[in-house]
Write a protein that binds this ligand. Sequence first.
Ligand SMILES: Cc1cc2nc3c(=O)[nH]c(=O)nc-3n(C[C@H](O)[C@H](O)[C@H](O)COP(=O)(O)O)c2cc1C
Length: 169
Amino acid sequence: MQIQDAIKTRLSIRRYANETIPDTDMEILLKALQLSPSANNAQNWEFVFVGDPDLKHNLIKACSSQRFVGDCAYLIAAVVDPAQKWHMVDITIALTNLTLQAVELGYGTCWIGAFDENQVKQLLKVPPQKKIVVCMTLGTPTGKHVPRSRKPIDSFVYRDQFGRSWNQR
Ligand SMILES: Cc1cc2nc3c(=O)[nH]c(=O)nc-3n(C[C@H](O)[C@H](O)[C@H](O)COP(=O)(O)O)c2cc1C
């Protein structure tokens, strides 16, 4: 698969088949995290992959009752040291790489921003000084998913100065 195809076909997956992901695929997915760029190569990221069914079930409530959190193969909690400047950027790059690698392997993901950090930290035993920036579901998609609309490129990409149309030469 070409990268442009992975970018084009990725979309948030909120319905999952109740299937596990083979270790061989997990190795590829974890490599996508490991090889991501980070400020000063600090690699300020830790990920808790939750596959335990009971734990996933308990996480549904901590994730604003989003039921698909219980159906995915893994709910991933993305953990950083918030004292480091670029923590939001680094962890986002790594997870973005994971989302695209997942598409190539036939898996789906969904970013989960609606979660109670304290509840998730408690359930996953994340140390108090760490921060969970975001969570993400990962698993085998099922059912129909409809792509969401996007703003036209010309409305957010400018040429040479802010607000100057990209299409104006
Ligand atoms: C930081 C962030 C947090 C998000 N949180 C949620 C969430 O809690 N639940 C959910 O269903 N989707 C969540 N999404 C997914 C967005 O709704 C989705 O990416 C957007 O609507 C575009 O749709 P697409 O991913 O299918 O292209 C989140 C996305 C991002 C980037």
